[in-house]
Structures are given as C-alpha cells and as structure tokens.
Design a protein around this ligand. Structure first.
Ligand SMILES: [Zn+2]
Length: 405
C-alpha cells in the first residue's frame, strides 16, 4: 500500500484551512469518474437521484435529533436575518423532506432516493489527515423508504451493491462490522432490537464482528471497514436501519388497506465519502488506477520532433480517451514517467509512415504495431467503466487490460 498524500492529486493551503483539501485536475478526474460510476450503478439498481442544499435551518436538525445528540460534530449555526442556518451534518433530513413533499402510496415503495452531496463535520484539527478525514465531505448517500416487510431485502440489496462496487474498484473490506449501541452513548429510544435483528439476518453467512458503541444515534448499522497503508481502520460504506427519523418527520404512505402507515428508512452509502474512497483507491493501487479511473489513459511518445505532427494527428482522433503527448526528454525517461499510465504508444518513423500505433502496457508488455484506429478502438473498450453485472461474470474486453498493482 502507498501513502495517498504523496501522489500529488490534491493539496491544502493554510488560507483555506486544515481538513479542506482542494483537488488538482488529475485528482478531480478520478473523483468525477468515480461519482459517475456510482450514479450509473445506482440508476441501474432502481435509485433516483436528487439534489439538495448543504444548508438547512436549525429546526430541521432539532427534529431529526442531530441538534440534541450530534451537535458536538456540527459547526455552529450562522445567523442570517434572524434565522439560524446550519451546515448539514448528514443528508437524511433533506431526503426525508423530499419524501414528504408529496403523498405516497405503497405502490411507490420501496422509494430509493440517492445523492452525491456535500456535508460537514467539525473534526478537531488533530484528527485530520489527507483525504481520509476531512471537514467538508462529499458523501455518496441514499435513503430507501420502504415498508417493514421490505426492509430486510432492501438492506441486503444495498450490501450486495456495496460488494459489487468493491469488486469493480478492486478494493477489499478489512471486515464487516455490526455497529450496536453501547454504554454511555447518545441514542434515541425506539425499536433497536428489531433493527438489529434485521441487520444480523442481512449479515448471515458473512464473517462479521458485532461492536458496541459504534451505532448511529438513530439506529444500528452495518459498517464496511477498510484499512489504510498503516493498517488504520476506518468506515467506508454503511447500511443502516432507522425507525426514528420517519417518526420524527411524520412520514407516511397509504397502504393497500387504504390506511396510513409509517415507512422505514434504510440509509446506505456504497463508497462512503468520495474523499476517503479516492484516498483508499490511491493507496491500494499506488496511483496505477484501473484504466477507466486513470487521469491519463494514453500517452503518445514521439521518438523525435519528426513524429510530432503524427502524434498530434493521433491525439485529435482520441475522442473520449484521455490522452496526452509527452515529447520532452529521453524516450526511456518518458516511458518511466508514464509508468502509472495504462497505455503508452511509442511513435517512431515506421509507425508514422504506416499510420500505426505500438502500444505498451503498464507492466512493460509491448503489443504488435497495428493501425491507429484499431488500437484506439481497443483502448476505448478497455477504458469502459466496469459493467453493472457482477465482476466475476464480466467479459473482459478483447484488449489486454493492464494489471494494477
Ligand atoms: Zn442518512
């Protein structure tokens, strides 16, 4: 594993503040590719995306319970014209209000609302580190509003989606944790036993540890734990069962019997915070990302200035392949500089004359020269994000995909 802070994809500035990293272009590409992948995965799994603001009135968090039980992790309210506005510590209350914005029937359930959205945590500066622990978080979040009968299947489907994404990203959980309430913690009263029983049954057949004191204040959760290069564990993904917030927000649906019922909320995050997910990806892959996530996917290396016009011509035909020309320095040095890039093509007089590309993979493997259009078509295949089908049954594209370390 590698320390993600040393790869130069993001930075910090004392004037912006600790725990508030900015993303450089290469890092931003990885982040956006990851967000697009997750949204696509969610769309195909029946989620509908929404967008909601990062601020809310203090009353919103009084209702949700955050104000009384979670205030230590929140930023102080801002006074604006006599109103108190708060940077949100989670997306749940906004999503509960989106659910409540129209009358709901049992026919609409399960209703799966997803958003990759901002939230804020008032971490103490001593606890901050790189991208793994930040104060401004972009969370891949979703809330499934469903009937009591549907909760277990929805929670199980969410866990399956998490495992599928880990396969695609080639990251592995350090362990599954069932996070329970513990002595001395702040929790809402309610039907905890039932929620715990549901999550236990979702975890049935998987190795997991039950740990007291790690639950959310409103309910127990399944945490998917990851470890960084130094072996420190943190939570990336979660599935939570919540009877509390539907009650607090008075959420309802009309059942088949014509009467009003209370839905249950399943909170779930596939890749957790985008910041932490990218930190983990950098550490696991040492910057040699799967081709679909790589900031630069193809580097063109003209042997001399004579091949530069040909390199420009190929670059123009790259389309959605993220490509660049590297023409400064010795060829050997340029190849070494591009060792994290999935595909490199050396363009010599022969290739230029024949309109060909000789593609070199990250592991040093060199393919035979082939017409540039054919090589680009194979690269396009190889950089496609993973199919939404489970990775084990996925047909690899015809072009050899470079192994990642
Ligand atoms: Zn939530």
């Amino acid at each position: 594993m590698h320390d993600h802070r040393k790869l130069g994809r993001f930075g910090t500035d004392p004037l912006i503040g600790a725990g508030l990293p900015y993303w450089l272009p290469d890092g931003a590409i990885v982040r956006h590719s990851l967000e697009e992948y997750v949204r696509d995965l969610e769309r195909r799994a029946g989620y509908r995306h929404v967008h909601s603001p990062v601020l809310g009135k203090r009353e919103l968090y009084e209702i949700s319970g955050h104000w009384s039980l979670y205030r230590d992790d929140m930023y102080p309210p801002m006074d604006v014209g006599g109103e108190q506005l708060v940077l949100r510590p989670s997306l749940c209350p906004h999503h509960a209000l989106i659910y409540r914005s129209s009358g709901r029937s049992y026919r609409e359930l399960p209703l799966r609302i997803a958003e990759v959205g901002g939230m804020y945590r008032a971490e103490l500066s001593g606890a901050l580190g790189g991208l793994s622990r930040v104060r401004a978080i972009q969370l891949n979040d979703a809330h499934v509003f469903c009937t009591l009968d549907q909760v277990e299947a929805e929670a199980a489907a969410a866990l399956a989606l998490i495992r599928r994404a880990y396969d695609a990203l080639r990251i592995s959980p350090a362990r599954f944790r069932l996070s329970l309430p513990g002595p001395g913690g702040k929790y809402v009263p309610g039907n905890w036993d039932r929620a715990v029983a549901i999550l236990r049954s979702v975890l049935d057949g998987l190795p997991y540890d039950a740990v007291e004191g790690e639950a959310a204040f409103y309910g127990p959760k399944i945490d998917v734990q990851i470890a960084d290069g130094a072996g420190r564990e943190s939570t990336l993904s979660t599935v939570q069962v919540d009877f509390h917030q539907p009650e607090q927000f008075g959420l309802e649906y009309v059942g088949a019997d014509g009467a009003k019922h209370r839905p249950v909320m399943v909170h779930r995050s596939i890749i957790g915070s985008v910041e932490r997910a990218v930190a983990q990806l950098i550490e696991v892959h040492g910057g040699a990302f799967p081709a679909w996530l790589a900031p630069v996917q193809l580097r063109l290396l003209p042997v001399s200035a004579a091949e530069l016009p040909y390199a420009r011509e190929v670059l123009d035909r790259c389309g959605d392949v993220r490509a660049e020309i590297a023409s400064e320095g010795s060829l050997g040095a340029r190849i070494r500089d591009g060792r994290l890039v999935p595909f490199q093509a050396v363009l010599g007089p022969q290739e230029a004359a024949a309109g060909q590309l000789s593609v070199r993979l990250r592991d040093g493997h060199r393919l035979d020269a082939q017409p540039a259009e054919d090589a680009l078509a194979s690269i396009r295949e190889a950089i496609r994000p993973p199919s939404p089908r489970p990775a084990s049954r996925r047909q690899e594209p015809g072009f050899p995909v470079p192994p990642s370390r």
